[in-house]
Design a protein around this ligand. Structure first.
Ligand code: G1P
Length: 281
């Protein structure tokens, strides 16, 4: 299966950090955000990845490319562990890049991948969310998409105050945690929300979606929304993600995720905990 990762946004929520660097390259603990997403894709069996990028995103390409100078230098210095890590990044998957010249929204970004995708179901993975689970989130979706012969999105229950930050689904539960979706609303007011089940940026979509995107008008945020195009699909399921997701699309949650991931690293756990106790005092 192929996968599309939209990475053309301006990262306005992270200014000024993102003035001259893409938000997809913001580090979460020890690696850029987009690397976690690509690692999830690869762990889900995806090896053909399309990144839809825009102006000022060259560092994403460089990150997943080989860097001969760096490799030579690490070899000379005998730093073979880090050399292995660096080489693994450039061998992760086949990555293709398409440019979105004007930011017209998520729906439009996905539509840029139409010719590369062809006539097969494909995955969409947004970089604002990192997932952790035994079976990768996207793999859970791929398996269910095959079972139900349908497009499917990953969702998670969010508290009332967060409903208006996400695309929200409504529908009937057909088996444990799997919903047949009949309503989709992008960033609804709580009073108009069909449920608390929020789309967490992982999708498997049938190629009909491209026609629907082309027939979708701009809406919330003056953008062509993928959620509006999905609402036109004849069949759509949602899977309550069995795992833990980290929304890093805003500064505070991004910071919390970095700390949490650093605490999971045995090398720094003690030292970081001591430091945190010290500053709390
Ligand atoms: C996008 C989608 C939204 C989804 C969210 C997940 O919104 O439009 O449906 O719930 O990603 O992060 P954005 O965060 O780009 O505003």
């Amino acid at each position: 299966m192929k996968c599309v990762i939209p990475a053309a946004g301006l990262g306005t929520r992270f200014l000024p950090i993102t003035k001259a660097q893409p938000k997809e390259m913001l580090p979460v603990y020890d690696r850029p955000t987009i690397q976690y997403v690509i690692e999830e894709a690869v762990a889900s069996g995806i090896d053909d990845i399309i990144i839809v990028n825009g102006k000022g995103k060259r560092s994403i390409e460089d990150h997943f490319d080989r860097s001969f100078e760096l490799e030579e230098s690490l070899k000379e210095k005998g730093k073979f562990d880090i050399l292995k890590t660096v080489n693994e990044i450039s061998n992760l998957a086949d990555i293709f890049y398409i440019r979105q010249k004007k930011q017209k929204g998520l729906g439009d970004a996905i539509n840029h991948a139409k010719r590369h995708i062809g006539d097969e179901p494909f995955a969409v993975m947004l970089g604002d969310i990192i997932t952790k689970s035994d079976r990768p989130c996207t793999k859970q979706l791929i398996d269910l998409s095959e079972k139900y012969n349908s497009s499917i999105v990953a969702v998670e229950k969010v508290p009332n105050e967060k409903v208006e930050k996400y695309g929200i689904i409504g529908g009937s539960e057909v088996s444990n945690g799997v919903y047949n979706v009949d309503t989709l609303v992008e960033k609804p007011k709580l009073t108009e929300s069909p449920s608390n089940l929020a789309i967490i940026g992982r999708y498997v979509l049938y190629p009909e979606i491209f026609d629907h995107i082309e027939n979708t008008e701009v809406s919330v945020g003056n953008e062509i929304q993928l959620t509006d195009a999905m609402a036109k699909l004849d069949l759509l399921y949602a899977n309550v993600f069995n795992g833990r997701s980290y929304d890093i699309g805003n500064k505070i949650d991004w910071l919390k995720t970095s700390i949490e991931f650093a605490l999971e690293d045995d090398e720094f756990n003690d030292v970081l905990l001591d430091y945190m106790h010290e500053i709390v005092k």
